[in-house]
Design a protein. Structure first.
Lengths: 114, 868
């Protein structure tokens, strides 16, 4: 564990990480490092993904056929493995986003009213 | 799990190298990007590298996570275990070979017996809905199953509704000679009513079977159907043969079709089929046709049986002379084709091979246990390092299944080699020639491989993973007492199983010996037999032609130099036929008091040729007269305390003809060995003029007369085919073929069982000696006598042998009563067998315990002590 981890970092549930990955890939193909970076940036550094835990998720999603991978050339002119959403992945993203929103809305309501 | 998911798992499984390489590259690429990113923010290269590694986390952990994600983990573990198992098996080469050989023998035997049982008992008959087929028997007033007569069958066919296509098989079977391209070939034929093939639901592969054309009453149809083999052998499998005429016995017959290759009916394999027409004018009391039929739609066996019983009693009212007291018995065809003897033999072999397989598994379990004991250090170390018991169990069981698979492969190979050989054996076992090593057998092999692997692996594996103590125990030269007890128990089982098999084989041997030496009443040595079948159109039954032909044949054979005596009989000994009838004293008017007898038409000289002793009176005279010779048993039955010579015997019924008794001969059993001799009547062939006879020639060199007799037959009628030759001794041997097969198979099984059990005892003692070297060394060093050490070791290991022997004998005796029906004049507790088996097993146990024990006495105490 890096010592400079911010204290407020919540543990990411596996399903949540999958969802974030799928969402991050929605605009276009990306390689692993960029995905990690992107999640971190967009969440204002709250969701610092433990970079390593990203890869098992990526490989599992690839096995399930929700994302696809392809070797391409990265910004620093190196061979890098790019992931992109498949049609199946897009469907999944829509489903999961909807159910996540329902869930978080419900949780927020409970937190506000109870 | 989606199809794509499976495909991706499969890719990870078959290309693990590519997946690993790409993962490596992906992760190092990630690090580089992170380092460059950090350096761009102004960190030094070293700082950036360190921070990047920290941010990524432990590389090995990530890799493991990714590998889990690939989803090929479980199978890869299994694959690794299997690889490891194979490596270990190669390292412990000698052990592996013994295990594989042992399992291979057991599994091979099981597969052979299974394919036999499958062919003979399990596979349905190759007919359409064989369960709807029945064998049609008439029942004699005495309640015996009997064949039917032409007139009766016609009536049954006309009146019965619950059977369709009641078909009959002609007797005696036609034996036409085929003339083709100047060659004369004697064929075995079968005459069947034209509805026979329709009844069985068998159609031709080329052309057609018999049909309406052959059933027409007005015009006789000269049609034949060829067996597949005949078509191939004599007609080059030419499809054009259908519709052509062929020459049989000098007549032109039209080939209408060819039967499927696998067509068989009962045990006989006819080469050609001719149509037979039921003849209403044939004597109603002449029962000689066997018949089959199919249950009509909606009819059950019981309803058909009731209907035909009713018809039989109507017929009895209409024709009291011939049909009084006769009934009908419908038997399912599959049952009638497999006699109880065949079933019993099959079950015996199946149970025996089951025991053998179990024994092989126990033996291997024993070896496995010893091998695991040698590896106790390794297993204990792995447990101590945190390997779970289940994981180790999985690994050890993988090993035993790998061994099981190798054993099954060997067994399958053995079966593959043995089955064709058994298929060709001249054993009168129906459908034995259909045995094959097919997919079912291969499937069974795979199943047995897994089951036997688990069976012999589970106990030792459980035992071996039980404790973590092993690391130390070996150091101190101790034997794990639990494992020792387990091994003794296993040896006990082996000895018990081997004992059961050996007793079974011993009983069969004893029974076979009694059967082979049973008194048949004829002298089977030095007699040549020649079966001659005259075509009935030139030589009708009771014709002078047939009489004269055999008279001349006997006369001319008799004049050959070196021939001692000659005779003819209608019953070829140990083959048949076996005609029967009823007789009584002259004055008897009550039909029910008639005595059922077997009868043979014979010529004068036959008794001398077969050396059947003439007890009273004389042989037949040369001139045809209404006279008879009867067996001693029948003489006692009909005229107890009186002189039968000169008495007159009533034939068939109170209205039947009379025959004068001229002689009494010894009782003869010329068909079924192991059955008491029947009451027998001999009729003069000169009187009867039967067209199918067997010539018997006694001479010191019986085989030398094959050619001369062939020439005489051809000289008497050049249109006749060659007679079928054999010797009386050979025919008796054929009659013993089925019990002999059981005996041979059981002997092989029990020999293998004995070897396996001996190997088990040897293994246990050898193991004990090697484990106790230090202990033995100390005792030798302190002056213990080597002889006493050996005796002690041997005797101690004989305990399980003795217990196993007692248990096995008890078990064998219990089981032997269930095979009593297969034994001839042998008690299930035959003391010779029981004592013999006990002695052999005890000796084998002693020898296999003594050999390794002797090594202990040869130990050099110093070497033994330094061994640690």
């Amino acid at each position: 564990m890096p010592k400079d981890t911010p204290k407020a970092q919540p543990d990411l549930l596996q399903g949540t990480l999958d969802l974030l990955i799928l969402r991050t890939l929605q605009p276009g193909p990306m390689h692993g490092w960029a995905i990690a970076r992107r999640i971190q940036q967009v969440s204002d550094d709250v969701l610092t993904v433990q970079q390593g835990s990203l890869y098992p998720s990526l490989h599992r999603l690839a096995r399930k056929g929700w994302i696809d991978s392809e070797w391409g050339t990265s910004e620093n002119n190196r061979r890098a493995k790019y992931y992109r959403l498949t049609a199946e992945g897009r469907r999944r993203l829509a489903d999961e986003t909807e159910s996540w929103q329902r869930l978080s809305a419900a949780v927020s309501r409970v937190l506000q009213e109870a | 799990m989606s199809w794509r998911d499976l495909r991706n798992r499969w890719r990870a499984l078959v290309q693990p190298g590519r997946f690993e390489a790409e993962l490596d590259e992906e992760l190092s690429n990630h690090l580089e990007l992170e380092i460059e990113h950090r350096m761009a923010r102004g960190e030094s290269r070293e700082e950036a590298e360190r921070a990047a590694r920290l941010a990524l986390g432990g590389v090995e952990g990530i890799k493991e996570g990714c590998r889990d994600s690939w989803g090929s983990r479980l199978i890869q573990d299994l694959g690794r275990d299997a690889q490891g198992a194979c490596r270990r098996l190669v390292r412990y080469r000698r052990y592996s070979l013994v295990v594989i050989a042992s399992l291979g023998l057991g599994l091979g035997a099981a597969l052979v017996v299974f394919s036999m049982v499958d062919a003979v008992l399990l596979r349905p008959l190759p007919f359409h809905e064989p369960d709807r087929l029945v064998q049609f028997w008439e029942l004699t007033p005495q309640g015996e199953r009997f064949s039917s007569s032409d007139a009766n069958l016609l009536d049954f066919r006309e009146q019965g509704r619950s059977l369709v296509d009641l078909a009959a098989i002609q007797w005696p079977p036609p034996r036409p000679a085929l003339f083709r391209e100047g060659e004369r070939v004697q064929l075995v034929g079968m005459g069947v009513t034209p509805n026979f093939f329709r009844s069985l639901g068998v159609s031709a592969v080329v052309g057609r079977t018999f049909g309406d054309e052959e059933s027409r009453v007005d015009a006789p149809a000269w049609s034949v159907v060829l067996a597949y083999e005949t078509w191939r052998t004599y007609f080059g499998a030419d499809r054009e043969i259908v519709g052509q005429d062929i020459d049989l016995d000098g007549h032109w017959w039209t080939v209408v079709g060819v039967l499927p290759e696998d067509f068989r009916f009962g045990g006989s394999v006819p080469q050609i089929y001719t149509p037979y027409r039921l003849d209403a004018d044939f004597p109603r009391g002449d029962h000689r046709l066997s018949a089959v039929a199919r249950l009509a739609p909606g009819a059950s066996l019981e309803s058909a049986q009731r209907e035909f019983e009713a018809i039989a009693s109507r017929l009895a009212d209409t024709y009291p002379d011939t049909n009084d007291g006769w009934g009908v018995f419908l038997q399912p065809l599959p049952e009638s084709m497999l006699g109880p003897d065949v079933r019993r033999t099959q079950w015996l072999l199946l149970s025996a091979v089951g025991l053998l397989l179990l024994l092989a598994c126990v033996n291997v379990a024993n070896l496995f246990l010893a091998q695991l004991a040698d590896r106790q250090d390794e297993l204990a170390l792995r447990r101590a390092l945190g390997s779970g018991r289940l994981r180790i169990l999985q690994q050890v069981l993988t090993e035993s299944v790998v061994l099981g698979a190798a054993g099954a492969a060997v067994g399958l190979g053995l079966a593959y080699l043995t089955v064709p050989w058994i298929r060709g054996l001249p054993v009168p076992m129906p459908r034995l020639d259909e045995m094959s090593v097919d997919l079912r057998v291969a499937g069974l092999a795979a199943l047995l491989a897994i089951v036997s692997g688990l069976l012999f692996g589970l106990l030792p594996a459980w035992n071996a993973t039980r404790s973590t103590r092993g690391v130390h125990s070996r150091r101190q030269g101790q034997v794990d007492p639990g494992s020792g007890r387990l091994r003794s128990a296993l040896v006990m089982c082996e000895v018990a199983l081997a004992t059961v098999l050996a007793v079974g084989a011993g009983l069969l041997l004893d029974s076979f010996e009694s059967l082979a030496s049973v008194e048949t009443g004829i002298d089977t040595r030095d007699v040549l037999l020649a079966e001659v079948d005259l075509p009935t159109d030139h030589y009708p039954e009771s014709s002078n032609n047939a009489r004269r032909f055999f008279e001349q044949l006997v006369e001319r054979t008799n004049s050959l130099p070196g021939v001692e005596s000659v005779g003819v009989t209608m019953t070829s000994p140990f083959r048949g036929p076996n005609p029967s009838n009823n007789v009584s004293v002259e004055s008897e008017t009550n039909r029910d008091a008639f005595v059922p007898v077997h009868w043979r038409a014979v010529s004068p000289g036959l008794f001398r040729t077969l050396r059947v002793p003439l007890v009273r009176g004389s042989d037949f005279g040369e001139a045809p007269r209404a006279e008879t010779v009867i067996s001693a048993g029948l003489a006692d039955r009909l005229w107890p305390g009186e002189d039968p010579i000169g008495q007159r015997m009533r034939w068939i019924s109170p209205e039947g003809p009379l025959y004068e008794v001229v002689g009494v001969v010894g009782d003869v059993q010329d068909l079924a060995l192991g059955v008491p001799p029947p009451l027998m009547v001999y009729m003069p062939q000169q009187w009867f003029g039967w067209p199918s006879m067997t010539l018997a020639v006694r001479s010191v060199t019986p085989r030398a007369y094959v050619e001369p007799i062939r020439e005489i037959v051809s000289d008497l009628d050049h249109k006749l085919g060659s007679p079928t030759f054999s010797t009386l001794g050979e025919q008796k041997k054929d009659a013993l073929a089925q019990p002999q097969l059981s005996l041979q198979v059981m002997s092989i099984f029990s020999l293998v069982a004995l070897l396996l059990a001996a190997a088990g005892v040897y293994g246990v003692v050898a193991y004990a000696v090697s484990r106790r070297q230090r202990d033995l060394g100390v005792r030798l060093a302190l002056g213990a006598s080597p002889g006493r050490l050996v005796r002690g070791l041997t005797l101690r290991s004989l305990m399980p042998v003795a217990i196993g022997l007692v248990v096995g004998l008890a078990l064998a005796m219990a089981l032997a009563f269930s095979m009593q029906t297969m034994l001839y004049e042998t008690s299930p507790v035959e003391p010779r067998v029981v004592l013999g088996v006990a002695a052999v097993l005890a000796l084998a146990g002693l020898a296999s315990a003594w050999m390794p024990a002797r090594r202990a006495a040869r130990l050099d105490p110093l070497v033994a002590l330094r061994e640690e």
